[in-house]
Design a protein around this ligand. Sequence first.
Ligand code: GLU
Length: 551
Amino acid sequence: MDYYKLADLLFPHIKKTTEEIEAQYPKRNLPEGAKVTRLGPSPTGFIHLGNLYGAFVDERLAHQSGGVFYLRIEDTDDKRYVEGAVETIINSLRFFDINFDEGAGLDGESGDYGCYTQSQRGEIYQCFAKKLVAEGKAYPCFLTEEEITEIRAGQEASKANPGIYGIYAKNRELSMEEIEANLAAGKSYVIRLRSGGTPEATDENVRKIKVEDAIRGTLEMPENFQDVVILKATGIPTYHFAHVVDDHLMRTTHVVRGAEWLPSLPIHVELFEKLGWEPPVYCHTAQLMKLDEEGNKRKLSKRKDPELSLDYYRNQGYHPAAVREYLLTILNSNFEEWRMEHPEADIDEFAFTTEKMSNSGALFDLNKLNDISKDVLLRIPACELYEFLKDWAQEFKPEILHIFEDREYLERILDLGRNDNKPRKDLIYAQQIVEFISYFFDDMFKIEDEMPAEVPAEDITAILAGYLENYNHADDQSQWFDKIRTMAAEMGYAAKPKDFKKHPEEYKGHVGHVSTVIRIALMGRAQSPDVWEIQQILGEERTRARIANYK
Ligand code: GLU
């Protein structure tokens, strides 16, 4: 068979040579050891935690080594294209401080290794497919859907491996005349790889390939023997072929992708080999898992787990620094230790490595994220938090924008108890923060908790009246509390809780119950940061009004 003639017959419109294309993608001019990584999302419009997780690895590997991180849009499956998806990808990741150096962008592409949208690279893929055909390494296959279904049924019946390979690859050895006749008859066809693998190999004599995965170490897998499709009938490449061609040409050094691609790795290895190229270093990340209510590990699911969507973190108002910090704790097992040793250090100073990544399933836990967020927010000054919350409210809660009018007031609220020796860790994410501080604003203030049962209704009125009468906004914290203590004692409440505990029969309750009455009148809540400090922030007028207005 004259494969060159076949290649020209199938691709008469492809005049460029692969050498010409290769010349357009020269070796990158980067320092020794610099890594080139890419994110290759399908533009489905849904960007999830898994994408962020992978992108984070890509970003760190590239930017830690002085390399390049680029965005390639993998839209060969046109059914899945959603308008505006590229913007969603870029903006969602940018929010988490993950920025691309080149590739698809908001105002078109940037970089010398484009184009970065697979649907526009048709000629390139066809050029390499033509080369494989010319070398006898790929062939046209005219099998119809029905024929393939029949083959599959036969394979099921005889318990053979499914797929098109060996004796089932019925178009592998078509003659030129047969091919010409099929083409003349207008039959549609795909291009398949002519795999060099041995389909009949047994477990004992199967040839194994070895791949050094940067996360998983040495992988030993049976070689590929499937004549996989590389170009679909439409001339569009499959993921397998597009990945290999693009990552070679774009000079990707590290391919970070989910573990779901592991089974097709032998195909990619064979494709690189057939094309005569060096494969990149593969980094197959672990699946994101969570513990369900019964304590079992399961994959995060789009349907059941709202936290899988990145929008969730933006809606809730998680600070991007908190999410980054959290991701690193699940990405690298030594991160938490490093953080303890370097509590103030910039997160980018941590040396991220693929070797410290788990390969068995990364456990995602919202409670842990919340804990980390508390610490991260503590390191963010109130003036920055103010800006962050305001940006968030503008997008997600415009009805509370008035709380940003008095900047000093809000910053004092945010700083409440944060500068103490043992700082309070009340702030987690915007939605929660707004709720947590709502009592500082008259329009959101409401009585949420019950008055303590120890204090009868007439005492409540008396406590609040007495408090108001003696209130002096200039009192320092101990003067202020002494007054409460005195009032409590006068009314038959123990001045110290421990006295009440010893002799409960002698008192109505203790000073804590009395101050809870005041707390609830002021804040509507039985639990809150320090009352005296809160009053100082509320100011005299508002403090007096709250006490006077309690009903
Ligand atoms: N387009 C592929 C996906 O959506 C990307 C896989 C890869 O990064 O190679 O999962």
